[in-house]
Design a protein around this ligand. Structure first.
Ligand code: FDP
Length: 334
């Protein structure tokens, strides 16, 4: 049987499901192509002189890794000239990147975290690229796109996905018709579908959280984790397993494939705030997890219903198994 490549899948979606305008197909193919190049750079490691940090900090005050900057440039360059975008925003840039006047403009807005989990780059653990696609509001036709045009909640996303640079390079994608996984066939250079319509397993006893933040958690989150750590001897009556990669892409991918719950809850270090970014991380991952039959909240309400008030807004994240997410949310409300 013929292999389903990403291009073939996208054309099928365009024809059969009528779910995909041609411009959006072009956008996704362009992002996917850029991810191949990023994958190549990541895998070169020290040989490509891409490891280590720069002297610069990003808008979040985090030291930038060389690969953060390389991947950011690759995504900007790849997406600037195709005519499918009105503007881009990146976790690594303070403000939005408008399409230069020398190129035609399209109706979509692309947001990305060029390298997620970048603390893992230098120790050869999985990192990834996360992206989210919105439509530019109708009102911005004929004028310059502004930062406010990006401030739409997660339900407005028309596509989202991530590439993961691990033992295999994968692309996990949704255009609103389920979640699909593609593996990069390096010899041929194409993305080949390896998992269609992924559904995350429910009822698995595994959680992912950075336990060193325990003293910063709310009482509801602390109670939920303590009960799981008690395992068969506690109220759950069953042993739980724990995993933490410190690369959201890798942790969420594991949960998508084998179930469980991922948490980076809001904590007391930055009151009312949290570590993960709404627009570049939480929204696209919530879109994928909901499409795969899971749930995603900020600890209280669905992440995709959280109002976007600034480009680099942070949000608590609790996502994965529906029943487990509901329990964290219920404990939080108590
Ligand atoms: P990173 O800063 O290394 O890019 O994006 C934030 C993030 O990684 C997530 O991918 C990851 O889940 C989290 O930070 C890890 O944070 P801790 O180091 O606090 O565990």
């Amino acid at each position: 049987m013929a292999r389903t490549t990403l291009t073939r899948f996208l054309i099928e979606q365009q024809r059969l499901a009528n779910a995909l305008p041609a411009e959006l197909r072009l956008l996704i193919e362009t992002v996917a192509r850029a991810c191949k190049t990023i994958s190549h750079s990541v895998s070169k490691g020290a040989l490509g002189e891409v490891l280590g940090s720069l002297d610069s900090e990003n808008v979040q005050g985090e030291v930038q890794k060389k690969l953060d900057v390389i991947a950011n440039e690759l995504l900007l360059d790849a997406n600037e000239w195709g005519g499918h975008l009105a503007a881009m925003a990146s976790e690594e840039m303070e403000t939005i990147h408008r399409i230069p006047n020398r190129y035609p403009k399209g109706e979509y807005l692309l947001l990305f975290d060029p390298i997620d989990g970048s603390s893992n780059i230098d120790v050869d653990l999985s990192v990834g690229t996360i992206f989210s696609v919105l439509k530019a509001p109708d009102e911005c036709a004929g004028r310059e796109v502004t930062e406010e045009d990006f401030l739409q909640n997660g339900r407005a996303q028309v596509a989202a996905g991530y590439a993961i640079y691990g033992p295999q390079t994968l692309l996990v994608l949704s255009v609103g018709t389920g979640v699909h996984e593609f593996t990069l066939d390096r010899e041929v250079g194409s993305w080949v579908m390896t998992d269609r319509d992924m559904k995350m397993p429910q009822g698995k006893c595994e959680f992912a959280i950075n336990m060193s933040n325990r003293r910063q958690w709310s009482p509801g989150v602390a109670r939920y984790i303590e009960e799981r750590v008690m395992g068969a001897e506690g109220p759950c009556g069953v042993d739980y397993n724990m995993r933490w990669t410190a690369s959201m892409v890798a942790d969420v991918h594991r949960i998508l494939k084998r179930g469980g719950i991922f948490m980076y809850p809001a904590d007391h270090r930055t009151p009312g705030k949290a570590r993960l970014r709404l627009m570049y991380e939480a929204n696209p991952m919530s879109y994928l997890i909901e499409q795969a039959g899971g749930a995603a909240t900020d600890g209280f309400i669905p992440i995709m219903d959280v109002d976007a008030t600034s480009l680099h807004q942070r949000v608590g994240v609790v996502l994965g198994d529906k029943a487990e997410v509901a329990m964290v949310t219920a404990y939080g409300k108590e």
